[in-house]
Write a protein that binds this ligand. Sequence first.
Ligand SMILES: Nc1ncnc2c1ncn2[C@@H]1O[C@H](COP(=O)(O)OP(=O)(O)OP(=O)(O)O)[C@@H](O)[C@H]1O
Length: 231
Amino acid sequence: MISTINEQAACLLRLDGVSKSYWMGQAYVPAVRAVTLAVRSGEFAALMGPSGSSKSTLLNICGLVDRPDTGYVKLEGVEMGRLSPEELTMVRREKIGFVFQGFNLVPVMTTFENVEYPLFLANVPAKARQERVHEMLERVGLAELEQRRPDELSGGQRQRVAIARALVKVPKLVIADEPTANLDSVTANQIVEVMHDLGRLSGTTFLIATHDPRLTGLCDRVITMSDGVLL
Ligand SMILES: Nc1ncnc2c1ncn2[C@@H]1O[C@H](COP(=O)(O)OP(=O)(O)OP(=O)(O)O)[C@@H](O)[C@H]1O
């Protein structure tokens, strides 16, 4: 009984029988099929699988960007299907950070402003925002480049901005979709190290879709997906 309670407390994200189909003009085609998954608090987990196996679809469900057609998603024990769209947005802003392979930075904002943005959305006061952004940029080695815009940065530097932006609000969960794709191997190594170190430091849970062996090598667990199901 005690171990059951401990297991529940340690489980940050839980999916139960989660399925999602897409309308393909004439019929719904299943993408994610009856997935059950528990991700522990502080876990650094990789999600692997061939192209089209529905990794991104599953990440969108885990990141509360998409709702499943059937099944349950629980974050910290709270069933997300019960929340209104506004409440889901609040939970996402407060507890989840995203890192994408295309970086998704705002092109007209500087490094500082891109990293500051999630704190601004979370109504963090200006002085605290400044302190936290400076600290985070220091940690990812970009303190000198805080006034540059994304088009004045290298791919690796942009990805470090994206990681700083995802982690600045100290989210419970970071969802990363191929964060080292399109980066040269030295830069990819730096990105892997930065994510791993920051994760360990803050106790943040990572769920990372990747084909990169440098990343999977550091992961506590590799979750394998094939044709919409977990193996
Ligand atoms: N918005 C959408 N509308 C219709 N079908 C979609 C949509 N998004 C994904 N699909 C389909 O769902 C399946 C899973 O796609 P998904 O992008 O989740 O796979 P993936 O494993 O992330 O692929 P990749 O590694 O190539 O990014 C694919 O057959 C894809 O064509």
